[in-house]
Design a protein around this ligand. Sequence first.
Ligand code: SF4
Length: 360
Amino acid sequence: MTPRLRGALRRRLLAWYRANRRDLPWRRTREPYAIWISEAMLQQTRVETVIPYWQRFLARFPDVEALATAGVDDVTALWAGLGYYSRARNLHRAAQVVMERHAGRLPDDVEALRELPGVGRYTAGALASIAFDKPAPVVDGNVARVLTRLFAIDADVGSRAVQERLWSEAEQLARGDEPGALNQALMELGATVCTPRAPRCAECPWSAQCAAHAQGRAESLPVKARPAPARRLEAVAGFLVRHDRVLAVRRPQRGLLGGLWELPGGELRGGEAPDRALARALREGVGLGIRAPEPLGAIEHAFTHRLLRLHIFRGSAGAGRVRRAGWEAHRWVSAAGLAALPLGGPTRKALARLETAAQP
Ligand code: SF4
């Protein structure tokens, strides 16, 4: 692409953005911390979902110091329902690093930003450009879709070669005035006009230059390699009751749903019936038996690469002390206390199932 053409694309895109940009709360601030929180929340999550979470988060943790000095459970509890909890834990740790190394001020260059926990190439580019107006590129799913269509790139968008090409094109586009606005415009175009299905090319500021549009195949791009099928998991979990309280256990910090609370249980082993699996998993995991377990049915939960079917039971805990294996903490809590803990999606669904079972 010639510099002249690139300049024309930039100007058209910025003009379109000024006229069409959505009024989002994090666009009304220049405060880097607030923009950082929005970027962390917007990964994998829709704008409409993020808005109330972002507002609550900033009300509770208004600056880096407030976040850094909070308990990690308070942070993940405010995150409950947004999913991908590692983002919350990383934000918390990153805030502590910003306090220690940068005197509480978010660094403004890509390299220093990328040293923070949870800040990858995308987030570093977004923060450097949007919060500090540095000419740093961003490529998220929206940008990748717009650029693969603009250049009619036929190869797998997840391949290293295509990714490098996209980052290189985005970098050249971001070099110029208003890199933060340019990057937001590119993401906005992908989110609102150059959509996966039925892109509105007639409204697009780049339609005259877009190769995929000219060839009439915008909707067939980008090309994505078929993802590996989700692995199916079958597991059991029990509301283990003692003196009107249930046992909650906390997962290790690393790994799937790391640091979140859940009901004790575990995966079924080959051919095992759910009730037998529950008795075994409780014996092995918390050292307790369960009396007269009552089945409450099963819930399903989809993770990125896994599909979980979780059989839920309720029963009285056998005598003895909890002896944990595989969980990092446990508590006997009321039903309300359980709901107030930072829980993963499957446990929230299990709680809903319990409430349904309790209704007459
Ligand atoms: Fe996307 Fe159509 Fe614009 Fe091309 S012309 S960038 S396909 S909306």
